[in-house]
Ligand binder design. Sequence first.
Ligand SMILES: *Cc1c(COP(=O)(O)O)cnc(C)c1O
Length: 373
Amino acid sequence: MKVPLSRPEITELDRRAVLGILDGPTLALGPRLVAFEEAMAKAAGTQFAVAVSSGTAALHLVVRALGMGQGDEVITTPFSFVASANTILYERATPVFVDILDDTLCISPDLIEAAITPRTRAILAVDVFGQPAALDRIREIASRRGLLMIEDACESLGSAFQGLPAGNGRWAEAATFAFYPNKQITTGEGGCIVTDSKEIYRLCRSMRNQGRSEQGGWLDHERLGYNYRMAEMNAALGLAQVSRLDDIIASRQSVASRWAERLAPLAERGLLRLPWIHPAVTRMSWFVYVVRLAPEIDRDAVLRDLLGKGVECRPYFTPIHLQPFYREMGYQEGMYPVTEAAGRQCLALPFFNTITDEELDYAADALRRALDR
Ligand SMILES: *Cc1c(COP(=O)(O)O)cnc(C)c1O
């Protein structure tokens, strides 16, 4: 049997929505884009949304709209997908990494506070594997110290923190979502900025569209911009998918529970730790299902074993500061011990809406055998 790590669920309605675009005259900057943005603003509980071509593009535009540049420090986490720190580098600002909490794997508020210098301008928090970071405490620190806050919610669409949806304007100045095929909903490629700030909204809309203004002509460019637009086919797919977001979250919750049942005996034997969700997370929208193997277990040997049996797993995440081009900037092992331990021990298991009990049994059995070696 082969069990993939992830698999998008494309329904008949999704298919029809995309094909419908091809029957019409508008392939870009049309009504689907507007409708998708309305749906995303609704999902985040924000006033504004700007859909773009990827989650990375969304983060880039937010970093730029907030005016980050050379000499500015942005405090962020090394335990994330590489794009969250890269987009700070795009603007020649400096990512300042601080370590994570061992239980949620999200950035540590206490360490954020300790890392603030006169050059610190912003905090870029990442919701890891679907779980929102300590958004209340990070907001409190940002407000008290006069800093901006960005929420990378690219993994947490549909989660809620203290009753408010991930991406909500109560916490960060702006937040981002991503729609790569392994995310909760997909547009093929895509991303979105959500915010309550009219200024950020206006800047991001202009910059995704070559720096054009709302009123000016097609060949009038007010500022440096990019082509980060989302096409109508992608927006149509996203709109169809987000309309059943509640069902998607429920089926992913069910898969997480079925994994937990199967892995409970291994957790009891101390071979691994199951994901732990903070009580302030009032709704969990699972992105991936990641377990932590006991420190004495050779995670990479287990990974090879599972791959050999057709069970696709992945070591989520390799810490950003240990990626080759970050090492060249002077980062090295030993700087962020909690992140590095998680990087050595974490294993993402097959996880998608439509995974069957048979596939779960097969994968869980393969994991048990690998751990019993
Ligand atoms: C997926 C993801 C992104 C954006 O990814 P794209 O592939 O550019 O859409 C950014 N940050 C995190 C934490 C992510 O998981």
